[in-house]
Design a binder for this molecule. Structure first.
Ligand SMILES: C[S@@+](CC[C@H](N)C(=O)[O-])C[C@H]1O[C@@H](n2cnc3c(N)ncnc32)[C@H](O)[C@@H]1O
Length: 253
């Protein structure tokens, strides 16, 4: 039966890849990558570098396919994402049928870890439920951008015994909880700008693990303009930016 390995590759630093992932890559016949457009070429390049580094003594095939775009005419966000997932499921189905032999092993390299804001596992379940191609799959975990952020700032994600809430910029409630920390990902709009409370600390990181990494930490109201400028600068210089940040109310005064 065809086998697919969903491998978390870490969120930017090539050394974040785990020994389990390296061992898994060594036995792969085909690596599937979705091309997400010109401004994401660095991400395709990083995946290619990892393959060249770790798939030794083996002629693997790299299959790059065009990622379907979300249909902007679909009004509801959930419906738009669902139809995009269906498109991706059809694409993977075709790729597995055409590009992967029945006893071969394919890999999908997922940024960070597949458990966090990544649709690969949901899409593979869709492909299986369509029943046009039979395959098994396994997940190999990776370092998430949230772990990379915490490591670079040398902080635990939560205060003692308190919860952590992970959300997106779109869903960030500007009224932060009195207890607990909030991690924000996928924030295209600098949602932290909506927070007016002056007793909030921010730990911000952009392009973590890469040559263009930037870290900022301190009181949100003192750091917000600097973060805004840094974001614009990185985007102008590299064509893309990925940032993640942790917010929490400072109760020590
Ligand atoms: C589609 S999600 C993928 C998350 C990924 N699966 C993970 O485990 O981190 C993309 C978001 O992850 C965060 N992210 C991923 N890599 C990052 C990096 N190197 N530096 C900062 N944020 C990153 C950003 O919030 C970005 O918008």
């Amino acid at each position: 039966m065809r086998k697919i390995l969903v491998i978390g590759i870490g969120a930017g630093h090539p050394d974040h890849i785990t020994v389990q992932a390296i061992k898994a890559l060594a036995g792969v016949d085909v690596v599937f990558t979705l091309d997400k457009g010109a401004d994401k070429q660095d991400l395709v390049r990083l995946r290619k570098e990892l393959c060249d580094r770790y798939i030794e003594n083996r002629a693997y095939r790299l299959v790059v396919a065009q990622d379907p775009v979300r249909d902007p005419s679909v009004q509801s966000y959930t419906a738009r994402v669902q139809s995009w997932h269906e498109e991706r499921a059809r694409l993977y189905e075709q790729l597995f049928i055409k590009e992967l032999g029945e006893s071969e092993c394919g890999a999908i390299l997922v940024w960070g870890d597949p458990s966090l804001y990544d649709s690969t596992l949901r899409i593979l379940e869709r492909v299986r439920s369509r029943k046009a191609v039979d395959f098994d799959y396994e997940v190999i975990p990776g370092i998430t951008s949230v772990q990379a952020l915490a490591a670079r700032h040398r902080i635990p994600l939560h205060s003692i015994g308190e919860p952590v809430h992970i959300t997106t910029g779109r869903r960030l409630d500007p009224k932060l909880p009195d207890e607990g920390s909030v991690v924000v990902m996928l924030d295209g709009e600098q949602a932290f700008q909506r927070i007016t409370d002056e007793d909030v600390d921010i730990y911000w990181g952009a392009n973590l693990g890469t040559a263009s990494e930037i870290l900022r930490a301190g009181k949100l109201h003192e750091k917000r303009s600097e973060i805004e400028r840094s974001r614009a600068k990185v985007r102008a210089e590299h064509g893309w930016i990925m940032d993640v940040y942790l917010l929490r109310k400072n109760r020590s005064g």
